[in-house]
Design a protein around this ligand. Structure first.
Ligand code: AQP
Length: 352
C-alpha cells in the first residue's frame, strides 16, 4: 500500500490555502507539573500550530512509567497535565487530546518497531545516556526502548510534523530510520518521513540552579524550575534565588557567551516578551541582576497566572475533564487503529 498523506483522516480539514492540513503529533509526559521549559519549548508552540495543522496532542503516560511513578501521583499528574494543556490553549474540540495508554495501537506498533530498530541505533541515543547516567544496568528496559515507542506514537497517526525541543531531534531521526527500514523490509511506502519542528526563541530553557542543565519537571530540586501552577510569591522567590554571576548584564548578546545562567534568564525574558536577546539587553544591559530579576518575575507572573487560574477551574470538575479525554481517546483510536492494523497485515499477522 502506498503512503497517502493524512488528508483523508484529518480532524480539522483544510488549511487557509485550501490544501490538506499536515498532521502533527506531539506528547508530554505526566511525570510532574509542567514547567516553564515545557511551556516555552513545547506547549506554547503547539497552541500556535493549531491554526493551520491537524493536531494530535497526547499525554504520554506510557513514557512516564519508564521511570517509576507512584500510581496515585501518576493519576493526579495525568489529569493535571491534561487540564494545564487546555488552560494553555490546546483545543480538544478542533484537535485531538488524549491519554497514550488508553489507545492500544501505540504499544502494538511499538512492539513491531522493537523488532525493526537495531540495537546499535538505540545505543547511540544520548538522552538514554543522560537519563541512565552511570547506572545503565539498573534502569528499566522501557527507558532503553523509549525511542521506539515514540516512533510508534507518531507513525500510528501517519503524522508528518513533530514539534519538539532540540533535545528530541535525535529521537526523530531514529523514527525516520525505523520507518525507512520498515518500508524497505516489507517492500512498501507505508510510513512517511517526519519533519521536526524546532520552534521559538527559547528552544531550551535551563535550570535556575545550573545553567548547563535543562529545566525539568522531575528535577529533584523544586528551586530549579518554575512550575506552571506556582503562585506569584513562589515564582518571585525562585527567580530572586536563581543562580547568576557577579557581572552586570552585558549590553550586547555576544556578552552572554560563557555566562549560561545570565543567558538563560535573558532567554526566558526574551521568549515571554516576544523579542530576542539583543532586545532584552537594549533595555537591561549594564544593570545588575536585581532590577532585571524583578522585571522578569513580574513578566513570568503576568503570563502564568491566567494559566494557573484556568487549570484550577478545570480540575474542579474532574467529570467534565475525563469526558473530554474519553472523547479524545475515541477519536485518536479511530485514526490509529486502521493504520496499525495495516502495519500488522504487512508484517504478516493474520486477522481472524
Ligand atoms: N527545559 C526545556 N526547555 C525547552 N523545552 C523543553 N521540553 C522539556 N523540557 C524543556 C520539551 O517539552 C516537551 C515535553 O517534554 P516531556 O515531558 O515529554 O519530556 P522531557 O523533555 O523529558 O521533559 P522534562 O520536563 O525534562 O520531563 P522529565 O523531567 O520527566 O524528564 C518536549 O517537546 C520537550 O523537548
Amino acid at each position: 500500500m502506498l503512503f497517502l498523506p493524512a488528508a483523508h483522516l484529518t480532524a480539522a480539514g483544510l488549511a487557509a490555502n485550501n490544501r490538506p492540513m499536515q498532521r502533527i503529533f506531539s506528547g508530554i509526559q505526566p511525570s510532574g507539573i509542567p514547567t516553564l521549559g515545557n511551556y516555552l519549548g513545547a506547549i506554547r508552540n503547539w497552541v500556535a500550530l493549531q491554526d493551520d495543522h491537524d493536531c494530535i496532542w497526547c499525554v504520554v503516560d506510557l513514557h512516564a512509567i519508564t521511570q517509576f511513578q507512584e500510581p496515585a501521583l501518576l493519576a493526579t499528574a495525568t489529569r493535571e497535565m491534561a487540564a494545564t494543556l487546555i488552560a494553555c490553549g490546546i483545543d480538544p474540540v478542533r484537535h485531538v487530546l488524549f491519554l497514550q495508554s488508553r489507545v492500544r495501537a501505540h504499544t502494538q506498533l511499538a512492539w513491531i518497531f522493537n523488532c525493526v530498530a537495531r540495537l546499535g541505533w538505540l545505543n547511540r541515543m544520548t538522552q538514554f545516556k543522560d537519563k541512565a547516567g552511570e547506572n545503565t544496568e539498573n534502569v528499566s528496559a522501557g527507558l532503553y526502548v523509549y525511542p521506539n515507542l515514540m516512533a510508534a506514537d507518531i507513525h500510528a497517526y501517519h503524522a508528518t510534523r513533530v514539534p519538539v525541543g532540540d533535545d528530541q531531534k535525535q529521537h526523530l531521526e531514529l523514527a525516520n530510520d525505523i520507518a525507512q527500514k520498515f518500508n524497505h523490509d516489507f517492500g512498501v511506502e507505508f510510513f512517511p518521513r517526519i519533519e521536526p519542528l524546532i520552534l521559538g526563541p527559547a528552544a531550551r530553557v535551563m535550570s535556575l540552579r545550573d545553567g548547563s542543565r535543562k529545566m525539568s519537571k522531575s528535577d529533584a530540586s523544586d528551586q530549579s524550575r518554575i512550575n506552571l501552577n506556582d503562585d506569584a510569591d513562589t515564582i518571585s522567590l525562585k527567580i530572586r534565588r536563581a543562580k547568576t554571576d557577579p557581572q552586570p548584564l552585558p549590553s550586547e548578546a555576544e556578552g552572554l557567551v560563557g555566562r549560561p545562567e545570565a543567558r538563560n534568564l535573558v532567554g526566558i525574558y526574551a521568549a515571554l516578551s516576544d523579542t530576542d536577546h539583543a532586545g532584552v539587553l537594549r533595555q537591561f544591559g549594564g544593570q545588575g541582576f536585581g532590577a532585571f530579576k524583578q522585571a522578569l518575575a513580574d513578566l513570568v507572573v503576568a503570563k502564568l497566572a491566567p494559566i494557573a487560574a484556568e487549570t484550577t477551574r478545570l480540575l474542579a470538575d474532574p467529570a467534565s475533564l475525563d469526558a473530554i479525554l474519553h472523547r479524545g481517546t475515541e477519536r485518536a483510536a479511530a485514526i490509529a487503529d486502521p493504520i496499525v492494523a495495516e502495519a500488522e497485515r504487512l508484517v504478516g499477522f493474520l486477522s481472524p
